[in-house]
Write a new protein. Structure first.
Length: 203
C-alpha cells in the first residue's frame, strides 16, 4: 500500500490586507500555533528558517507567521505583480519539503522578553486596569487584526494612555492609525472609562 499518496498537496493562495505593502499567503497547513513577527532579518535568521529564506529575497521587508498563513511586507519600490509568484513558489516548496517553520524555544524566549517588559505594569490600581485592558485587546481586537494579516500587542497603561504595538500587515499601514483611533480607542473608552487615548509604540 502506498502511504505517501495520503499526504495532501500544499495549497496556497493570497489575500489582500488593508496595507498595500503587505500580502497574506494562506496555506492549507498549520504553520505555527502562535504568533511570530520578524520585522527584521536578524531575528528571522536566529529563529525561523522559513522567514530567513524569504529574507534572502531583496524585496522582503518584514514577515509575520501565525496559524496557517504568512504575511509578507515588501519594500515599496517593488510591485506585487512582479514578485508574488516567486514568493508563493518558495513558501509552497518549503512547506512541502517539511522545512522547519519556527525553531523550538521561540515562544518561550519571546514570552520572557515580554514578561520583563510587562513586569512593572501590573501593580497597584493601574495594574488592575492594565490587566483588564490587555484582556479586552486579546479577546476583541486581536482576532480581527489577525484576519487582516497582522497582530496587536498590549504594551503598557499609564495615566489614561494605552500603549500598543502593531505587527505584520498592521505595521506602518495607512489604515492602522484609523483602526487604532476609531475602532480600538472607541471600544476601550466605552468599556474602561479611565482610558483617554490609545498610542501606537514603534518597536
Amino acid at each position: 500500500m502506498n502511504t505517501s499518496a495520503t499526504t495532501s498537496p500544499v495549497l496556497l493562495y493570497t489575500e489582500q490586507t488593508p496595507n498595500p505593502e503587505s500580502l497574506k499567503f494562506v496555506t492549507n497547513r498549520m504553520l505555527f500555533r502562535g504568533t511570530a513577527d520578524f520585522p527584521e532579518e536578524s531575528i528571522a535568521r536566529e529563529w525561523s528558517p522559513l522567514a530567513a529564506g524569504l529574507f534572502d529575497q531583496p524585496f522582503v521587508k518584514g514577515i509575520y507567521i501565525t496559524n496557517n498563513f504568512v504575511t509578507i511586507t515588501k519594500e515599496p519600490n517593488y510591485d506585487w505583480a512582479d514578485i508574488m509568484l516567486r514568493l508563493k513558489d518558495f513558501i509552497k516548496t518549503f512547506v512541502e519539503g517539511g522545512g522547519e517553520i519556527i525553531k523550538e524555544g521561540f515562544e518561550e524566549e519571546m514570552k520572557k522578553a515580554a514578561a520583563q517588559h510587562a513586569g512593572e505594569q501590573f501593580t497597584g490600581e493601574d495594574g488592575e486596569l492594565a490587566k483588564r485592558i490587555k484582556e479586552l485587546i486579546d479577546t476583541y481586537v486581536k482576532p480581527a487584526v489577525e484576519m487582516d494579516g497582522g497582530n496587536i500587542e498590549f504594551r503598557a497603561y499609564e495615566k489614561g494612555k494605552v500603549y500598543v504595538s502593531m505587527h505584520g500587515s498592521c505595521s506602518g499601514c495607512p489604515s492602522s492609525t484609523v483602526t487604532l483611533k476609531a475602532g480600538i480607542e472607541g471600544m476601550l473608552k466605552r468599556m474602561v472609562p479611565q482610558v483617554q487615548e490609545v498610542v501606537q509604540e514603534m518597536d
